[in-house]
Design a protein. Structure first.
Length: 610
């Protein structure tokens, strides 16, 4: 007990050390969220808003607000709205707030800009070239441009892989090929310098030397790796110019560690019988490993202030309650408070690990979290139109809230989101609970996948993952997830769930008589397959030939996705191509409801499954 008399002195010392570190680190507190359209953009180095200090950003990377958009000004008075910034890949997605990106592409000049066009096309965007045709084209390789209807001719975005004969009557309008999103409304740009990729995206501007430098993590600081992480052209003299400050940080950190160590030893000696629960320790250990990640960690008082003391409730579930909130900068959020004691720490850490760093238009954005003892919460971007199930089912009959064209757009968004989880992230993410209740809708009714509490992460090279227990919701779970003793799942288990969601969107009803009843009671998918097989009408409510074709395409894609054997289902990349392609090229799937001879092998997957 004698040593505890030193506690007031140690507390004062800790406060002095914390002040020392805060003074040094405050120079780099430039990260902010800025609204852009219906979402928001994280702005940090090398970008800065025009009302932030010059040291927050790099020359040529200035952003500014215009109405509800975050804009970037390019040379020759060109300005585009920013959709997302991918700091790890040094790229950004931009769009025309006036809705005519095609017209902007014709005048785009990046010669005096730090940004360039990507040279490699990935599976989540296509390389296009603007063309003008003398007659109307019907090629599947051409995306029509409606915003130039006032000009003569027919304007299209042509895929770079378009056959030459398709382009014979068309004029290519620019020499450049542009990497655009699937709908042709977003353009992708990249930058080379400043190069922050070897810094994991964490850079700063040294005010003393006016050079850009990597910002190392204090817990893993190594002078060798620190100096080697500079780009020779940009970082040549940055280390020398910041050496004195780094020494100061090192001394402050060393003093802080020493003092905190003494306090921990004294407290441990005095309260040795007090232990934290094993689950809370596991959560804290996880958060320590991911301390460099976004989202932000908030305190419980922050949470109360954010939600106006939990005033407005948005919904309730088995996990707890969701409340409407607002960040300090006015951005609306949804706060999910996990107040059910049966919710495990694994589900909480799964959510953060799976989507903590994902920035995708079809994945709900996790902005922050709170952990204080048994209190846990997750903070998401706010989705004003709730979940998909509110719109596709209405008292057993088809809801009239969505047109068939909108249903097709929603299905495309869901498919692209799942495809991004499977192939677009550093690790493959198996969601394992795809259902309408977990598809949220933004202000424009664009879908975003949510609720990653049951997700599993694995390397992209692995085609299957073993589980000890079933995960998901009955009626949407693939058969290999809940039948048989060897529960082996792959990303094609999510494909099955997506197919069942498509079935509900088409039929406007649940696929089982009761969601919790036996799998064998599924009736609508089997009935609609028999209708297609016999060439009968589907009996769905459609107002035009085009609506009927969309309904039939969604149905046929769904039947491919719900094949009994995982190896017979398409990947999400192929499912997206089916939804994008023409109905005439889409064959009817084999009967997924035929008696299965080898149910013991229903978890089999292709060895080369991609």
């Amino acid at each position: 007990m004698k040593g505890l008399h030193l506690t007031p002195f140690l507390i004062i010392s800790v406060l002095q050390v914390c002040s020392c570190i805060q003074d040094v680190q405050s120079e780099n507190n430039c990260s902010v969220l800025s609204r852009s359209g219906e979402g928001f953009v994280e702005v940090k180095f090398p970008f800065r808003l025009n009302d932030q200090p010059d040291s927050c950003g790099f020359q040529g990377f200035e952003l500014y607000s215009q109405g509800n958009f975050t804009m970037i000004k390019l040379p020759f008075d060109q300005a585009l709205a920013v959709d997302y910034i991918y700091y790890l890949d040094q790229g950004l997605s931009v769009f025309d707030p006036d809705g005519c990106l095609f017209r902007r592409l014709l005048d785009l000049n990046l010669s005096a800009s730090p940004f360039t066009l990507p040279s490699i096309t990935d599976i989540y965007s296509y390389s296009y070239k603007p063309i003008n045709c003398s007659s109307k084209a019907s090629s599947i390789y051409f995306t029509p441009v409606s915003c130039l209807s006032d000009l003569p001719g027919y304007y299209y975005l042509a895929e770079s892989s378009s056959p030459m004969q398709e382009l014979s009557s068309c004029e290519t309008l620019t020499r450049d090929q542009f990497q655009l999103s699937y709908d042709g409304q977003r353009l992708f740009l990249v930058w080379d310098k400043p190069d922050c990729r070897r810094c994991n995206g964490d850079c700063r501007l040294n005010r003393t030397s006016n050079k850009t430098e990597c910002m190392p993590y204090p817990s893993s600081y190594d002078p060798d790796t620190y100096t080697s992480s500079y780009d020779p052209d940009i970082y040549a003299s940055s280390y020398k110019g910041s050496h004195a400050r780094d020494v100061t940080i090192g001394l402050c950190a060393a003093g802080f560690v020493a003092i905190v160590t003494i306090i921990i030893l004294l407290v441990y000696k005095r309260f040795s019988k007090m232990k934290k629960k094993k689950q809370n320790l596991a959560v804290e250990r996880f958060l320590k490993e991911y301390k460099s990640m976004k989202p932000t960690r908030y305190s419980y008082p922050d949470l109360k202030k954010m939600t106006d003391d939990f005033k407005t409730i948005l919904g309730q579930g088995g996990y707890g309650s969701v409340f409407k909130g607002k960040l300090h900068n006015g951005v609306p959020v949804a706060v999910k408070v996990l107040d059910n004691p049966t919710v495990s720490g694994d589900e909480f850490t799964n959510e953060i690990a799976a989507i903590g760093t994902i920035h995708n238009v079809n994945i709900v954005r996790l902005l922050g979290f709170c952990v204080e003892g048994s209190k846990r919460a997750l903070i998401y971007e706010f989705m004003p139109n709730e979940s998909l199930d509110k719109y596709i089912m209405e008292e057993g009959e088809r809801s009239t809230k969505f047109s068939w064209t909108k249903l097709h757009d929603i299905s495309m968004g869901i498919a692209r989101g799942i495809g991004y989880l499977h192939q677009g992230c550093e690790q493959r993410i198996l969601h394992l609970d795809i259902k309408p209740q977990n598809i949220l809708l933004d202000q424009e009714f664009n879908p975003k996948i949510s609720d990653f509490g049951l997700a599993k992460l694995c390397s992209k090279e692995r085609s299957a993952v073993s589980m000890t227990a079933a995960r998901g919701t009955m009626g949407y779970m693939a058969p290999e997830v809940f039948l048989g003793s060897n529960k082996t799942v792959s990303h094609r288990s999510d494909v099955y769930s997506f197919g069942m969601v498509l079935m509900e969107m088409v039929g406007g009803r649940k696929n089982t008589a009761d969601e919790g009843e036996n799998y064998a009671q599924i009736y609508f998918p089997e009935w609609i397959y028999n209708q297609l097989k016999q060439g009968e009408e589907l009996g769905l409510v459609t107002d035009s030939v085009e609506d009927a074709e969309i309904a039939k395409k969604l149905t046929m894609v769904a039947l491919w996705c719900v094949q009994w054997r995982p190896a017979d289902r398409p990947s999400m990349k192929v499912a997206v191509q089916m939804l994008e392609g023409s109905l005439e090229r889409l064959p009817l799937a084999p009967n997924p409801f035929a008696p299965q001879v080898e149910k013991k092998n229903m978890g089999d997957t292709d060895a080369n499954d991609t």
